[in-house]
Design a protein around this ligand. Structure first.
Ligand SMILES: CC(C)(COP(=O)(O)OP(=O)(O)OC[C@H]1O[C@@H](n2cnc3c(N)ncnc32)[C@H](O)[C@@H]1OP(=O)(O)O)[C@@H](O)C(=O)NCCC(=O)NCCS
Length: 194
C-alpha cells in the first residue's frame, strides 16, 4: 500500500540516506542529468533536518521509500538565491521554497505530484507565508540528450497556479551524466501567491 508521510526534524535525518539515493536515481534522467554525489546530497538534506519549518514528504510502498518532496522557508536558502532574487520583488521572509519532487517512474501519474504541492502549500500557509516558489532547470531545446518523448511538467505547474517570475534565474553547477566536469546551469524561478 502507498502512503505519504510528512517528516520534520530528526525524522528527516532518519530518512536522509534513502532520500539522497532517490534524488540521485531520479535526477539522472532528463532534464536534470545529474551525476549524483552522495556527500553533497547528505550536506544538502541536513539543512532540511535542522531548519524549523522545513518538511520532507516521503512516499512509501510498504517500508520502501519510492518518492520524496522537500520544502522550506525561502529565507533558509537566501544565500543560494540572493543573486537570482535581487530586484524580483519577492519578499524572502514570507515566501516558501519547494525544493524538489522525485518519484520512481512506476508510481507516476496517480496524483502523488499534486499531493506534494498540496502538502507544501499547506505548510507554507501554516507558517503564515503569502507566496510559494520553486525553480526548474532550463535546457536548450537542441540539447543532445533531449528525449524524443518527454512530458514537460510546465502545464501541470501552470494549472496549479504557478508562473515564471520574470528575470529570476538562479545558476547552479553540477556534473551532468555526459560531461567530464561540473557545468553551470540556469534555473528559472516559478511562483504563485497563496
Ligand atoms: C514531478 C513528479 C514527482 C510528479 O509526479 P506524479 O505523481 O506523476 O504527478 P501527478 O500524477 O500529480 O501528475 C502531475 C503531472 O505529471 C505529469 N505526468 C503524469 N503522469 C506521468 C507519467 N506517467 N510520467 C511522467 N509524467 C507524468 C503530467 O504532466 C501531470 O500533470 P497533468 O495530470 O495535469 O497533466 C514526477 O514526474 C517525477 O519524479 N519526475 C522526475 C523529477 C522531476 O522532474 N521533478 C520535478 C522538478 S524537481
Amino acid at each position: 500500500m502507498i502512503r505519504l508521510e510528512t517528516l520534520t526534524g530528526d525524522a528527516i535525518g532518519d530518512a536522509l540516506e534513502d532520500v539522497a539515493r532517490l534524488r540521485i536515481a531520479v535526477f539522472r534522467d532528463w532534464p536534470y542529468l545529474y551525476d549524483g554525489d552522495l556527500a553533497y546530497e547528505r550536506r544538502y538534506l541536513q539543512n532540511y533536518q535542522v531548519n524549523a519549518g522545513a518538511i520532507v514528504i516521503g512516499v512509501y510502498d510498504g517500508d520502501w521509500l519510492v518518492g520524496a518532496s522537500t520544502g522550506a522557508p525561502l529565507a533558509d536558502h537566501a544565500d543560494d538565491f540572493q543573486d537570482a532574487l535581487t530586484g524580483s520583488g519577492l519578499d524572502v521572509s514570507t515566501t516558501f521554497y519547494c525544493g524538489e519532487s522525485v518519484l520512481l517512474p512506476r508510481y507516476r501519474g496517480q496524483g502523488i505530484g499534486g499531493q506534494f504541492f498540496d502538502r507544501r502549500e499547506a505548510q507554507a500557509r501554516t507558517l503564515g507565508h503569502t507566496h510559494i516558489c520553486f525553480c526548474a532547470v532550463v535546457r536548450p531545446p537542441d540539447h543532445p540528450l533531449h528525449p524524443t518523448r518527454y512530458r514537460s511538467l510546465e502545464r501541470f505547474w501552470e494549472k496549479r497556479g504557478y508562473a515564471r517570475l520574470p528575470g529570476a534565474v538562479a545558476h547552479f553547477s553540477w556534473k551532468d551524466v555526459d560531461q567530464p566536469a561540473e557545468t553551470k546551469k540556469p534555473l528559472q524561478f516559478w511562483m504563485r501567491q497563496l
